[in-house]
Write a protein that binds this ligand. Structure first.
Ligand SMILES: Cc1ncc(COP(=O)(O)O)c(C=O)c1O
Length: 385
């Protein structure tokens, strides 16, 4: 059989499968899996019923490219708590998850040779999606010393005439850090002065434990906001997300969206309407549970030899920094052999090295079992000189 070498598009050369997925594939049946970022809950019963009703009620056909008007209106309504004026259904685009929303935004705004500022460490998609568009991801640093907050001077200094987008994520995957109001405002002002767009990934906005979430949406003119139903409503496999943007951008995004997915999935959108318009006690219950787990994992890790951790203010990730003489990928592999799956910090960028990421979307007993495995290794590893 002829080899297919040379047939794969060059844009994929040098792009590796995500380091998070690799660890996931190593997970044995009895491992404690703190590798993947998804709630360990099922969607609320009334949301499952709405999906069932939609499928059985004939809502199985193509719908509008921008999404069902009912769902666009429900998202716009939810957003009003972040921004009182100017948000209506006309500002909303429904997508197949935040993943596709982010890719479609890259495809819509980013040309070959452009630059996209991305957080380091940051969610694995950001630099790769920019590269798939022929652009250069330019990392800006998030460090433990700075409590993983972006440094405004650094962002300013990294802008160039080729910068198109600044990617921001709060609460953050992988650090769990939440941005404060001054940082949010500062980034928007820098972007406004430079004439670039801020793409704000706020898929964990409902998980801000210690202070109200500060949304980039309060500065919508140069902000495109991305959110998802995956985490808030525990429907990662249903692939539903959304974009809020000023009206001037909607038709360009719509065109790209059409040629990518034609339309978001119809029955899941009806479930999305039920999720947004129905009782929120399911999401509130998850919030309380995740907060308890955040406190538990923070207190466990902070007591371990060689480990330091900034208390994560949001999302469901612990991102400790360690003082051991071992690369994060090697350590994560060793932990996997002992039955604990986590993600190496290096999967999230060069500055993620020296960290491990643990998703605490697991029951407390599992978190404790995982932390026992981690603690045992911490007691054995040699410290850096
Ligand atoms: C920061 C961040 N953005 C986007 C996504 C993707 O979400 P979705 O399931 O909606 O594609 C994730 C998933 O882990 C994430 O952590």
């Amino acid at each position: 059989m002829a080899s297919d070498k040379g047939l794969i598009a060059r844009r994929l050369l040098g792009i590796e499968m995500s380091g998070i997925r690799k660890m996931f594939e190593l997970a044995g049946k009895d491992s404690v899996n703190m590798g993947l970022g998804e709630p360990d809950f099922e969607p609320a019963p009334h949301v499952q019923d709405a999906l069932d009703k939609a499928v059985r009620g004939g809502k199985n056909h193509y719908g509008p490219t921008l999404g069902l008007p009912e769902l666009r209106a429900a998202v716009a309504h939810r957003i009003r708590s972040y921004r009182k004026e100017q948000v209506s259904a006309q500002n909303i685009i429904i997508t197949a998850g935040a993943t596709q929303a982010l890719m479609t935004l890259n495809h819509t705004f980013v040309d070959h040779g452009d630059e996209v500022l991305v957080p380091d460490p940051g969610f694995v998609l950001y630099p790769v999606q920019a590269r798939l568009c022929g652009a250069f991801p330019i990392p800006y640093s998030l460090t433990a010393e700075n409590k993983y907050q972006p440094d405004l001077d650094e962002i300013q200094a990294k802008l160039s005439p080729r910068t198109k987008l600044i990617l921001v994520n709060t609460p953050s995957n992988p650090t769990g850090a939440c941005m404060d109001k001054a940082t949010v405002r500062g980034i928007c002002e820098i972007a406004e002065d430079a004439g670039v767009i801020v793409v704000a990934d706020e898929v964990y906005d409902f998980l801000s434990y210690d202070a109200p979430h500060q949304s980039f949406l309060s500065h919508m003119d140069n902000v495109i906001w991305v959110n998802s139903f995956s985490k808030t409503y525990a429907m990662t496999g249903w692939r539903l997300g959304c974009i809020a943007t000023k009206r001037e951008y909607v038709s360009a995004i719509e065109k790209m969206h059409y040629y990518t997915v034609a339309c978001p999935p119809t029955p899941f959108q009806w479930a999305g309407v039920a999720a947004l318009e129905g009782p929120q006690d399911h999401a509130e219950g998850m919030f309380r549970e995740f907060k308890k787990r955040r406190d538990r994992i923070t207190s466990r890790i902070r007591k371990m030899r060689g480990m330091k951790m900034v208390k994560p203010g949001g999302a469901f990730y612990a991102f400790p920094k360690y003082d051991f003489d071992i690369e994060s990928e090697i350590w994560a592999l060793e932990l996997a052999k002992r039955g604990l799956i986590c993600s190496p910090g290096s999967a999230f960028g060069a500055l993620g090295e020296g960290h491990l990421r643990f998703s605490y979307a697991q029951p407390v007993a599992k978190i404790d079992a995982g932390m026992d495995i981690l603690e045992e290794m911490c007691n054995q590893l040699p410290l850096k000189d």
